[in-house]
Design a protein around this ligand. Sequence first.
Ligand code: SF4
Length: 411
Amino acid sequence: MTIDEKLTLLTESAKYDVSCSSSGSTREENYTGLGATGKSGVCHAYSADGRCISLLKILFTNYCIYDCSYCINRSSNDLPRAAFTPREIADLTINFYKRNYIEGLFLSSGIISNEDHTMGLLLKTLQILRHEYRFNGYIHVKLIPGASQELIIATSLLADRVSSNIELPSSKSLQLLAPDKTKEKVFLPLMQAKNYALENGKRPIGMSTQMIIGATPESDWEIMRLSDSLYSKAMLKRVYYSAYIPVNNDKNLPALTTPPPLLREHRLYQADWLLRFYDFNVDEILNEEHPYLDERFDPKLAWALRNLHYFPIEVNRADKETLLRIPGFGARSVQKILHARRQKQLSTSDLIAMKISLKTARYFITVGGKQPEKMLMTYEALESKLLALPKPLPNAQPTLFDHFASISGEL
Ligand code: SF4
């Protein structure tokens, strides 16, 4: 098989791993516009300073000795298989880098022969890149659960980001769909890499994992509780959520005709954001009584609707944490408010002049004691008002002008 053929096969096989990027869309392509959502090969990640970097996203091999039910590359599937050599991947990376196609590498792999052999091949690739070719660019590499600690540590020392995908949110589901994996086995390499860095004064490495959403019956609450403990106890940098895309016919999986639950995936990312940046506890967003995120509203708005006693909040007096709980106010808006109110008491027209969207927030605030919109004190009244607000068209990219439209009009 030529390098080009391997490249086509092994970038295509890598597209189901979203732990370096957002997952794909099922939108039809008509090839009349610029860009395409279905193509694989290059993905994007963000560096510590916020820069977006493009990565060659590739599998070392799509051979695999495991037979995970949800995976296109599982051993029981009859499909064309290929494997690179470490030098082939290193050469591709350097050639693409020199042509300015990419700035780094995202390298994952099926398990070929055994875990140590696979981890050794990935390590060899990184050694060629870092030591022989002196490549200083970004490298995200998959750690292979079950590989020996020496290989895991040696690999992680050469990478910027490592990940090991839990894939399914509970041990029961792992047992059913990926019997070769356990939660402990998947997270052990991440713990080994983290502990080695801590104990030896090395820079802490970014670690992430991925969960497939909708292949198994766990609720959003169970999923978010797992994420919460991964952030707090395992110190993971990111948990990625991947809407389940049926690729195999398997009695234990939802039917092949099931559409990927993309809205659920989107709501989980929003809830995840509230955990990481807005100081919410997982049990405030979801609990036994509300185990699923409301698909009609973003999780902060859904929380506000269930906690109307918390509102209205006076924009001129509330502290930062309280302002961040107002639906429709993001971190940038809150920052602008905190900065501006040092100079003067703010009015509604000041907020509009600062280009802060009040489309949703208007129902939850007072500004200088006045309510931009009468607070509707029942869930039902507020719910129907908010559902009537204009929504972006499906698949439409929000425009710069949406923001301005939302702050003009009734105010
Ligand atoms: S170990 Fe990874 S590549 Fe292999 S079958 Fe499971 S998910 Fe697929």
